[in-house]
Design a binder for this molecule. Structure first.
Ligand code: SAH
Length: 279
């Protein structure tokens, strides 16, 4: 939640550096939406985030021995779960230096430091040679980035032919008003939102074969109610970690975000395969 007009890698990093404890208080160490299989709002936000991570793990389908890149790894929670549940090795990249350090520390605490590495880095220029990964995922990070097509091309470059990619991204419906768009861009520190319809061509043009494009809008929208409840339940903790003004500001801002998002926000989970190189 920020008042910046233009999201830059630096402003995105500052945003995450400042709000990290907040997300942990109201949800978990995962910095993504929750998932409700029937679209109803039962259970806590943290539990629903875990269900979403589980769904994404199943969709990526990585295996022991593989090397996976997590682009926009946050506090490392999804990457650590990926490494632990499959036996693969994960390299996480985040634009926030604080997150990279915290993710590494968390992985060590969980005894997962040998299978995970976290770096501060920019997804627009990934610090890896071509074809160095078997799989990649980017969970709720592409909307922050200066050029979605360029990042997808970077992912194609670092994946081996046949390597799988999973994208989870907020999208806006084509009839979102300019006000909805600019409000949500500021609120989510987003650089741009794509549409469900634009995604197939985006991934194909970057060098992928589309496998599946899931519209999970109805499954993630209960997040808005669940976060509002968590904000009420955790008021004392948020007040203590920040201030009364911060708490009141976030509650008001969340109500406004909800209003815009219910009108026009969608959410996609996409899987694709790096096209084999032409002979
Ligand atoms: N995928 C994680 C975090 C999502 S939050 C999770 O599900 O928990 C979005 C993440 O994208 C943050 O870690 C942020 O630092 C990262 N990010 C945003 N812009 C980036 C960029 N240009 N390069 C690398 N990471 C970026």
């Amino acid at each position: 939640m920020s008042t910046e007009i233009e999201a830059t890698p630096e402003s995105v990093a500052r945003h995450y550096d400042s709000v990290t404890p907040f997300y942990e208080i109201i949800g978990s160490r995962s910095l993504h939406f929750g998932y409700w299989p029937q679209g109803d709002a039962g259970g806590s936000f943290g539990e629903a985030q875990q269900r979403f991570t589980d769904l994404l793990l199943g969709q990526l389908g990585s295996q022991a021995g593989q090397r996976v890149i997590d682009v926009g790894c946050g506090l490392g929670e999804p990457a650590i779960q990926l490494a632990r549940s499959t036996g693969c090795k994960v390299e996480g990249i985040t634009i926030s230096p604080l997150q990279a350090a915290q993710a590494g520390k968390w992985a060590n605490q969980l005894g997962m430091g040998g299978q995970t590495t976290f770096h501060r880095g920019d997804a627009m220029a990934l610090p890896f040679p071509a074809e160095s990964f078997d799989a990649a995922w980017a969970i709720e990070s592409l909307f922050h980035m200066p050029d979605r097509a360029a990042v997808l091309r970077e992912l194609a470059r670092v994946l081996r032919p046949g390597g799988r990619m999973l994208i989870a991204d907020i999208v806006l419906s084509a009839d979102a008003t300019p006000e909805d768009r600019s409000f949500l861009q500021r609120a989510f520190v987003a650089r741009s939102f794509s549409t469900t319809e634009a995604y197939p061509a985006l991934v194909r043009d970057a060098g992928f074969e589309l496998e599946q494009l899931l519209d999970v809008r109805e499954n993630v929208l209960p997040t808005f109610g669940a976060v509002a409840s968590a904000l009420r339940e955790k008021e004392a903790e948020v007040r203590q970690a920040y201030s009364e003004d911060f708490l009141a500001g976030v509650q008001g801002q969340w109500a406004r975000i909800t209003e815009h998002a219910l009108r026009c926000m969608g959410y996609i989970v996409l899987t694709a395969k790096r096209r084999p190189l032409e002979e």
